[in-house]
Design a protein. Structure first.
Length: 126
């Protein structure tokens, strides 16, 4: 089964930006060494972002392996869309989705999806 790395690749650069900002600020104020703050901030931010993203990806991969949710149909309603999701045992669930989310995620039949509470999103990037 294909594994996702959607969040690890997204959170790494975000962590690096956060770490860069924090590193420059802290090391600049406390030690008057912006160069050290830059390198330490980027390194720690990269590790932090990768760790958080990988943990979320592991959660998604576990759900994909356990339930295997896929989109069966996408029906337009007056309030947005209903995405009909089936699991690998044949159980069906209708998930209401706003038009904005449908335009962003572009759900279509056969797509593997991740369910989190009342939210739905594509399991893989692109």
């Amino acid at each position: 089964m294909k594994k996702t790395n959607k969040y690890a690749t997204m959170f790494m650069p975000l962590g690096m930006l956060f770490g860069l900002t924090l590193g420059i600020s802290v090391y600049g104020m406390l030690f008057d060494n912006v160069a050290l703050g830059t390198s330490m901030g980027i390194s720690l931010g990269l590790c932090l972002g990768l760790g958080i993203g990988a943990a979320k990806d592991a959660k998604i991969n576990k759900q994909l392996e356990e339930f295997g949710y896929t989109v069966k149909a996408v029906n337009q309603t007056p309030d947005g869309y209903d995405v009909i999701v089936t699991d690998k045992n044949g159980g069906e669930n209708a998930v209401p989705v706003s038009e904005k989310i449908q335009l962003h995620e572009k759900f279509k039949p056969g797509d593997p999806v991740y369910l989190s509470g009342t939210n739905i999103e594509q399991a893989y990037r692109g």
